[in-house]
Design a protein around this ligand. Structure first.
Ligand SMILES: Nc1ncnc2c1ncn2[C@@H]1O[C@H](COP(=O)(O)OP(=O)(O)OP(=O)(O)O)[C@@H](O)[C@H]1O
Ligand SMILES: [Mg+2]
Length: 442
């Protein structure tokens, strides 16, 4: 086995939410990055991937466990570790050259040496001639090249990339990724190992020697898949397609839903309610189910084919697939999505029947929706402000995720006519009879 360069042992990280509650983001994370390898990290939004990367970069500290760089504990940013951010993180008032030199300045490199090293890094990443340009004069792809040049100028051992391509349009992102992979094969690039966080399964398979799938709540490495194909890899080859399928299957594997209520019976109610509902709006779920029912799929489809057909990215499609599975309208199995008999009734039904089935499934499978409905039925005014719900969710999920989950359950609840929401007063309430009548005739 090659030498370990960067290592995490039993790492944990907690954050405190606004009201002082502690939330566990990472728990028991073991990870080793070895000399000569590229590792890709996939996982749901909010699962803690960026937090993990920031710990590895020495930008934040772990609360428990150890972080070792070449066998030594890591305290703060290390000379040999560089990071590339999704947002590029350039200074708008500095030129390309000045932005790239910054990394060296912080390390006390003399001005002349800085200039020539920055020029080489800029040339290496294909931006020669643009040294004097300001970030706003560059396209998104070129800006990210500046971000990469700034990371490479220090000759890092380890390059950490946090969704470095996802703010770019698809073609630009792919070109930059291929350029980095080409550089990786040349001796000009000093980097010995890369860790790449991605939302794109194909990208992970094309880049990595190992694909890791991260689980949420708390975040930890759940699955690992080695990729032994030589690079450059052909995205259309049977081998790559098979691996993409395999990762899809790993990512859609969930413990059986039926076992849930019993298994969770002993847990505090808040934990049960604060489920990270997949980010899927009703129109996308409807669209996906309709597409699935039609030829050529006729009720069952391979997720990669669905992604192609819907022109959704993995990060967009997977939550929608999880959502319809969560509601029992479809089943996920080994990277396939299949309509259940109930799902078939749903797609064949008119609007009113769809709403009714959706509402019924929502109450049966989403404890948060059932809880809101129950509180509303017991409330003298028939109303409930969103604030206490947000607070309850934020304790478990953090403020941003809490808002997202509440938004999702409201979208679903409205479609299923389980409850209504008034955006102005920020009150949830039971659906009025009028609307109930409407749906009956719709
Ligand atoms: N400084 C912080 N203070 C409080 N909570 C934080 C902080 N940083 C991250 N979190 C919370 O930790 C969780 C994990 O965040 P993180 O950004 O690591 O996830 P991620 O997997 O990178 O998500 P994404 O795919 O959306 O980038 C989130 O719920 C986030 O709100
Ligand atoms: Mg992130």
């Amino acid at each position: 086995m090659a030498d370990v360069i960067l290592e995490l042992q039993a790492v944990a990280k907690h954050f405190r939410s606004a009201d002082g509650h502690q939330r566990s983001v990472l728990e028991g994370v073991d990870f080793a990055l070895r000399d000569g390898e590229i590792v890709a990290l996939l996982g749901a939004s909010g699962s803690g991937k960026s937090t993990l990367l920031r710990i590895l970069a020495g930008l934040i500290t772990a609360d428990a466990g150890s972080v070792l760089y070449r066998g030594q504990p890591l305290y703060g940013p290390a000379r040999g570790i560089s990071m590339v951010f999704q947002s590029f993180a350039l200074f708008p008032w500095l030129t390309v050259q000045q932005n790239v030199e910054l990394g060296l300045e912080a390390r006390g490199v003399a001005p002349e040496a800085r200039a020539s090293r920055a020029e080489s890094a800029i040339a290496l990443i294909g931006l020669g001639g643009f040294e004097g340009a300001l970030p706003r004069e560059l396209s998104g792809g070129m800006r990210q090249r500046v971000g990469i040049a700034r990371a490479l100028v220090t000759d890092p051992d380890v390059l950490l990339m946090d969704e470095a391509f996802s703010a770019l349009d698809v073609l630009t992102g792919e070109r930059l990724r291929d350029d980095i992979l080409a550089l990786w094969q040349t001796p000009q690039m000093p980097t010995r190992a890369m860790l790449v966080v991605s939302h794109n399964i194909e990208e992970a398979v094309l880049m990595a020697d190992r694909v890791l799938v991260f689980a949420s709540d708390p975040g930890r490495v759940q699955q690992a898949l080695p990729v032994t194909l030589a690079r450059p890899r052909d995205p259309d080859s049977a081998e790559v397609r098979a691996l993409v399928d395999e990762v899809y299957a790993l990512m859609t594997h969930r413990p059986l839903r039926a076992a849930r209520p019993a298994a969770l019976a002993g847990q505090p109610a808040a934990a049960l309610l604060a489920e990270r509902l997949p980010e899927a709006d009703v129109s996308r779920m409807d669209g996906l189910l309709d597409l699935l029912a039609e030829p050529p799929f006729n009720g069952r489809a391979h997720l990669p084919l669905l992604a192609e057909e819907t022109e959704l990215t993995d990060a967009e499609l997977l939550p929608v697939a999880h959502a319809v599975a969560l509601l029992g309208l479809a089943q996920l199995e080994a990277g396939d999505l299949q309509l259940t008999p109930l799902g078939q009734r749903y797609v064949a039904g008119h609007h009113g029947l769809r709403q009714q089935l959706f509402g019924q499934q929502l109450l049966a499978h989403v404890p948060l929706a059932a809880h809101i409905r129950q509180v509303l039925e017991q409330s003298p005014s028939g109303e409930l402000p969103d604030k206490p719900l947000l607070r309850l969710l934020a304790d478990q999920l953090g403020d941003r995720e809490a808002a997202r989950v509440l938004h999702t359950v409201i979208d679903w609840g409205r479609h299923g006519e389980v409850f209504e929401y008034n955006v102005t007063t920020r009150q949830l309430r039971l659906p009025t009879d009028e609307e109930g009548d409407d749906s009956a005739v719709a």
